[in-house]
Write a new protein. Sequence first.
Length: 305
Amino acid sequence: MLSRKTKLTLLKILSMFSVVRGYNIPVMALAQYLSAIFILAPEKRALSVLLDFNLFIIVLASTLTIASGYIINNFYDSKKDLINRPNKSKIDRLVSQKTKLQVYFVINFFVALIAFFVSFRAVLFFSVYIFLIWFYSHKLKKYPIIGNLTASLLAVLPFFAILLYYKNLYPQIFAHASFLFLLILIREIIKDLENIKGDIANDYQTIPVKYGEEFAKKTITFLTISTIIPVYFLVEVYNVGYMDIYFYLSLMVLIFFLFLLWKSNSKPQYIQLHNILKFLVVSGVFCIVLINPEVLIHGRAMLRI
């Protein structure tokens, strides 16, 4: 039998895991490593990429910064989450606001410290990244459009940390980033539709709150159709190997997504749409391997840009 103190400690660990959304951290780390191997440094052997100490530090700093971002976001959204996510909020509140802030500052200090092992430029990058996440959580997320654009940009910035490290400015990289950016931007607006009650109660001027649900749906439709542009370049112009299968299937899923969008008018339905987009993003991470599956055998990606 576990003692009461041990149970409380375990519950607090579970609470902090919920706050930082620990299930997202391994996916982000995997996405960065796969991007480095198959997209950003295809000329290097996979093993040398995996054993690169500086890359490890960049990935670690990125995931920790994202974790601290979730903490500060949770800190500012605590009242809103009581309405939008009552069950999750109960778990998150097992850890006090003071403790969350303490963990937040410790993580950010550690990120700045380990970034020195890479370069001063890395310290500057992560310092700016940390500040932008805080500024978004504290101010920008309450405003329509700019809040959504900032959230989407912050989600793709960790990949630019690796881009700066390898200094490989392949045009294909920006096409990948554009597709991912659009998916995340669409998801952000879906989240606004999903959380509209809490946003209204806490004076968050999101797109659905300020302009209405129909305008939000029209915006999502425009952005969804816009994904055709990066997909065209990725499939027809650049060489993405077998990953073109993922992009074709993604377009089919997005057509189905739009059909469901215009039939949706309740939170459970918006959650379903949110999960569809999350599936596309996560599956896209694993499908990066399809760019050149031979690297798994030969240890080197032979991608022709």
